[in-house]
Design a protein around this ligand. Structure first.
Ligand SMILES: C[S@@+](CC[C@H](N)C(=O)[O-])C[C@H]1O[C@@H](n2cnc3c(N)ncnc32)[C@H](O)[C@@H]1O
Length: 268
């Protein structure tokens, strides 16, 4: 099991390395991002018929959902914000109207208070070093009545891979994720007018461990905090990892990889 983060102390995250991983993946991200699509689509369907003036796509990636937001709200100004310059280049290629791209860090939000009527963020805030602070600042940047629609990952995500690696060595090969209880502790005191937090489990299947690792690398989510990335080389290592994964091979002979997803929908 991943060790749970149960402290308010900010994490030490190498943002340059995170940026590099996502930027490396930017050009082919969309080919690997089916899970992100499905989760983001569900988040999108929860948006109510509001007429926002200013909309933020926080951690917009290649802009798949930015494009949908721009379609939904043609009269709004949309800000696409991401740490990765190469991801933002993909957004720019879409030539969306009334859209501005801004490179930055969710832990150093540059936005003025009471500005956005809608903040959308799909599978990004799990990369925050200080989620409590990030959520507080997002709330501040919302107008009164403004809506926050966020998804993130919870502990238990990538558990099969974490456990398989634990049978190989003692290094961390996956990141830890916050628990639902901890996230509730962070969000509830912010005093939103309304707050809905829901969860779901999604399990993906892969043919072998190389495919599992490729899938994470394909979306750029392969930076492990505080740990030098190891290449999956050496037949012996691969064999050990496959052995470690055996308890998570399903009846169809495929390797399960589970994501615990958290949806946060709040109104200021
Ligand atoms: C899994 S992708 C999701 C992209 C997009 N929201 C989607 O649904 O396709 C995570 C995105 O978060 C961005 N990201 C990671 N850490 C970030 C940070 N500290 N500040 C801003 N963006 C960050 C990455 O560059 C990447 O584009």
């Amino acid at each position: 099991m991943n060790s749970k983060i149960i402290t308010n102390k900010p994490l030490d995250i190498n943002k340059q390395a995170v940026e590099a991983s996502f930027s490396k993946a930017a050009a082919h991200y969309d080919q690997f991002a089916q899970l992100q699509r499905d989760i983001g689509q569900k988040l999108l369907e929860g948006l109510s018929a509001v007429k926002p003036t200013n909309v933020l796509d926080l951690g917009c990636g290649t802009g798949y959902f930015s494009e949908k937001l721009a379609d939904y709200y043609p009269h709004s100004e949309l800000t696409c914000f991401d740490l990765s310059s190469a991801m933002l280049d993909q957004v720019k290629k879409k030539q969306l109207v009334q859209v501005s791209c801004l490179q930055g860090d969710i832990d150093k939000l540059p936005f003025q208070k009471n500005f956005f009527d809608l903040i959308f963020s799909n599978l990004v805030v799990q990369w925050s070093a200080d989620l409590g602070r990030c959520l507080k600042q997002l709330k501040e940047s919302l107008t009164t009545g403004g809506q926050l629609h966020i998804t993130t990952l919870l502990d238990g995500s990538l558990n099969e891979l974490t456990q398989a690696w634990q049978s190989v060595d003692r290094h961390p090969h996956t990141n830890s994720f916050l628990s639902l209880a901890f996230i509730k502790e962070l969000v509830t005191p912010l005093g939103f007018q309304s707050l809905k937090i829901t969860t779901e489990t999604r399990t993906l299947e892969y043919k072998n461990v190389i495919e599992v690792m490729r899938a994470l690398k394909g979306i750029g989510a392969n930076h492990v905090h505080g740990h030098q990335r190891l290449k999956l080389h050496g037949r012996e290592l691969l064999k050990q990892l496959e052995q470690g994964y055996l308890p998570f091979v399903n009846t169809r002979g495929l390797l399960n990889l589970t994501y615990q997803v958290c949806y946060i929908e709040a109104v200021k």
